[in-house]
Write a new protein. Structure first.
Ligand code: SAM
Length: 214
């Protein structure tokens, strides 16, 4: 019984769907992940005229924050998530900026991003790569859409992750950061590093990766 609940929770975190579970997971993400989302945006060093992409945006808190930085008319924000439920919730949250064309949200997968080559200058994501069906394909695709020299930031809380993993959640996912970082290097990212960071007295981790110029 307990195993089934934990398995279901893991599935819903990886792809929330409409219904009671999806609603609960959304409340959880909104309450617990705001801190990591805001820090991913902060560490991305977004410039007003940048083109920015969030992967696995969930309820859209990071998108809401990132768009505030894009004050230049050229600044543009994209997001992609393969949960239709998350896509509809975030679309409602970002409605005004979607209407002006400042923000575009794709309902789709990280492994197939509907953007041209070398157009994105900043990418961020939180609690997302754990669930990608193919880390290598995902990373290669992100690298394809990034401008050479562009920066990608992933924030995570290793201590919290280890606790939920010990409780059986995230079983079968690819949450450990090292294999993810290796795949980033294998697919053309350079200067890939994980750093301890602090904000408001709390410690978390940030993985930085730069799209190779070659
Ligand atoms: C645990 S939630 C995190 C949501 C948000 N980033 C946060 O931290 O609150 C993971 C999100 O990533 C999305 N996701 C996972 N793998 C994906 C993939 N391969 N392509 C697109 N979206 C994906 C899920 O649908 C879900 O919305």
């Amino acid at each position: 019984m307990m195993n089934k609940l934990v398995q279901h929770l893991t599935q819903q975190l990886g792809k929330p769907s409409q219904g009671l579970w999806g609603w609960l997971v959304t409340r959880f993400l909104e309450n617990k992940n705001r801190f990591l989302e805001l820090n991913a945006v902060r560490l991305c060093d977004i410039q007003p005229e940048n083109t920015v992409l969030e992967l696995g945006f969930g309820p859209g808190l990071g998108l809401e924050e990132a768009v505030k930085y894009l004050t230049h008319p050229k600044g543009k924000l994209y997001g992609i998530d393969y949960s239709d439920y998350m896509h509809s919730i975030a679309s409602r949250r970002l409605q005004a900026d979607i209407q002006t064309g400042k923000v575009t949200l794709f309902f789709g997968s990280v492994e197939q991003i509907p953007l041209e080559d070398s157009v994105v200058s900043r990418v961020f994501h939180c609690n997302c790569y754990y669930y990608w069906p193919d880390l290598h394909a995902g990373s290669k695709e992100i690298h394809r859409v990034m401008k050479p020299g562009g920066l990608m930031v992933t924030t995570l809380n290793l201590e919290a992750l280890e606790k939920i993993v010990a409780a059986g959640v995230l079983k079968g996912t690819q949450w450990p950061p090292e294999p993810y970082m290796k795949v980033l290097r294998d697919t053309g990212f350079v200067d890939v590093r994980m750093v301890d960071k602090q904000d408001k007295g709390r410690t978390f981790q940030a993985i930085f990766a730069t799209a190779n110029k070659a």
